[in-house]
Design a protein around this ligand. Structure first.
Ligand code: F0G
Length: 486
């Protein structure tokens, strides 16, 4: 029998996440001085998406496409079959997906949002409604671009930042039923279940809830679409938080999830720890409806815009999703960072979720009004404080309404992503230390305003400026407390 690293006790009693792998290849990283960090922020329009990675010490922007791959994944890349049509690589990957989810058809696409584009083009139309537990930025943008409406049926307490609800991502079936009744079954393009959720702090959906949503949709003939991008973390939470599932193997759980959904899609930049994506279904009708869109937007049906090397890496990465010691690596390190932050009195989303540690910027910077983007300001201040790049997940990540008015986010979060097997515990302790300093000096941080605001997905490349000279004053305080300047 092999040990489960979570069962290993430390004699000291400390709760420490333990890696069940070792580093055999590393990337040198650099920490610019605090003065340089302020210059970089100005050059990047106070938007962490616009910072060159050379100037970033710890890149916690995302786990997308930046998880550390295994030696088996790298080895598989050497066996890729580079043919335009009928590549062996495609058949290997399709077979793995079929084995894992029990589905018949696989449509490859270059990443998650490409799948969303295909889904939106196939099923969304002017005024048609999609109902989801919660939206994701790119999903919503594809749907609203085609005139579709997005409704969310999340439980009321899902947006409470401090909670002990183990499955805050669950659908509220009462709300779902009401929304379907109001829209009319024929006007619902599809119901979309995202597990785990992204924008509400990587919070999971329970197996019981997935079953209930599936039964609800089947009874009414509603199409159920599953976003499996964050499934690896969600599987970990099903195994560890849902007593009825604890005895089941990951393979059994994934197979059942596959059987509950009509169409599943995923970002292979997350699930499978490579780069790419795809859609799977057992329905010939849905397969045929989407097939032409793959060849139109992505590439031929046997590569869908992906490099065959990435497809091979994804094939192995997907199989490794069934290894508990692989999928636990993000959640246990997120929890370790979360515990460090909570111990220092910082407002963090609890229970700790997947994907990354989510800081409640609304509480952290309670003095910054929401229209001055507190989460954006906090993300900029975190970079200034430690060369740490997080991501704004708040009002900046929303789109303005058709009348030009701001859509205020329901949560103002800064996400510190914890890609799999990338950071060490001492690096996470550095993050906690710098954030604690920032929290102590939070009254110095002010808001932001747009200098240049793109119409769509503005958070990606919009440029902002600080309201007042708070970055200079924060730097001055930092240099007083950390005379070494780093
Ligand atoms: N769905 C979810 C739940 C996601 O988290 C993402 C991406 C997508 C779809 C889109 O996939 O990036 O491959 O096109 N999330 C990334 C993130 C961008 O940083 O959280 P993609």
């Amino acid at each position: 029998m092999l040990a489960n690293c979570e069962k290993i006790n430390f004699f000291s009693g400390e709760e420490i996440p333990l890696e069940m792998h070792k580093a055999r290849m590393v990337q040198r990283i650099f920490l610019p001085t605090a003065e340089r960090r302020l210059e970089v922020l100005k050059e990047g329009g106070f938007n962490t998406f616009l910072l060159p990675n050379r100037e970033v010490f710890l890149d916690m922007l995302t786990d997308s496409g930046v998880n550390a791959m295994s030696e088996a994944q790298y080895a598989a890349m050497m066996l890729a079959d580079d043919s335009y049509a009928g590549s062996q690589t495609f058949y290997r990957l399709a077979e793995t997906l079929g084995e894992l989810f029990g589905t018949k058809y696989f449509l490859p696409a270059h990443q998650g949002r490409a799948c969303e584009n295909i889904l939106a083009n196939a099923y969304v139309g002017e005024g048609r409604v999609t109902i989801m537990n919660y939206h994701f930025t790119t999903t919503k943008a594809h749907i609203t671009r085609l005139g579709g409406r997005v409704l969310e049926a999340l439980a009321d307490d899902a947006l409470e930042s401090a909670s002990d609800n183990p499955f805050k991502g669950n659908f509220d079936l009462g709300k779902l039923e009401k929304m379907v009744a109001e829209a009319g079954v024929d006007n619902v393009a599809f119901v979309r279940l995202e597990a785990g959720t992204n924008l509400i702090g990587g919070q999971p959906v329970s197996m019981a809830n997935m079953r209930a949503v599936s039964a609800f949709c089947r009874k009414r003939g509603l199409l159920l679409v599953f976003d499996a991008s964050l499934l690896a973390d969600n599987l970990y939470f099903i195994k560890t938080r849902e007593a009825a599932e604890a005895h089941r193997s990951l393979a059994e759980i994934v197979l059942e999830i596959g059987s509950l959904m009509d169409i599943s899609y995923f970002s292979g930049r997350k699930l499978g720890c490579a780069r790419g994506g795809g859609l799977i279904t057992s329905s010939a009708e849905h397969y045929e409806k989407m097939r032409g869109l793959v060849t139109l937007y992505e590439g031929f049906l046997t590569y869908g815009g992906m490099s065959v090397r990435e497809m091979e890496a994804m094939n192995v990465g997907l199989k490794e999703t069934l290894d508990f010691q692989v999928i636990n690596q993000t959640p246990i390190f997120v929890a370790a960072l979360g515990r460090e932050l909570v111990a220092r009195g910082l407002p963090v989303i609890t229970p700790f979720g997947g994907l990354g540690c989510h800081v409640d910027a609304g509480a952290f910077l309670a003095h910054v009004p929401q229209e001055q983007y507190p989460a954006g300001a906090l993300a900029a201040a975190v970079y200034l404080t430690g060369g740490i790049r997080g991501m704004e997940r708040g009002t900046l990540s929303e789109q303005r309404g058709p009348d030009g008015r701001e859509t205020m986010a329901q949560m103002e979060l800064v996400r510190l992503a914890v890609p799999k097997r990338v950071f060490t515990l001492s690096q996470l302790k550095f993050v906690a230390d710098r954030l604690a300093w920032l929290h102590k000096n939070r009254e110095l941080v002010g808001g932001l305003e747009f200098e240049e605001e793109p119409e769509s997905l503005r958070f990606f490349f919009g440029r902002l400026r600080p309201k007042g000279d708070w970055p200079e004053r924060l730097l001055e305080r930092f240099l007083r407390d950390m005379p070494s300047g780093v």
